[in-house]
Design a protein around this ligand. Sequence first.
Ligand SMILES: [Cu+2]
Length: 117
Amino acid sequence: MSRRLGLAVAFALTASQALAHAHLKTASPADGATVDPPAEIILGFTEELEVKLSSITVKDARGDAVSAAPAEAVSGDRKALKVRLKPVPAGTYSVEWAATSVDTHRVTGQYRFTVRP
Ligand SMILES: [Cu+2]
C-alpha cells in the first residue's frame, strides 16, 4: 500500500469511528404510536451501550415520571435498553433517552407516544 493511500485509509477509519455513536434505531412503543398501556419501553440503538451511563425517562403530560425502575440492560442484546413502567392511564407520554455507546460518546433524544383509553 502506498504511503498516501495508507494515510487515506487511516483517516477514513478514524472518521467512521467518530461517527459510531449510539443512535436510536427501534423503539417500542414507536415514536408517535397509539398503543394499549405498555408494561415497558424498549429502545434499540445502532451501537453497543454502556448501560450504567445510559438512561430512559418516561413522563406523563404533567411531567411526572412513570418509570418503575431505572433503565436496565436487555439480556442478549448489548445494543438495547429497557425500562419498566408503572400502570399508566390514557394520555400522551414523552420518552427522553440518553445513550452512551462503548466508545463513551453520549447521544440524547426524545419522542412521544399515546396510550389509548
Ligand atoms: Cu461515537
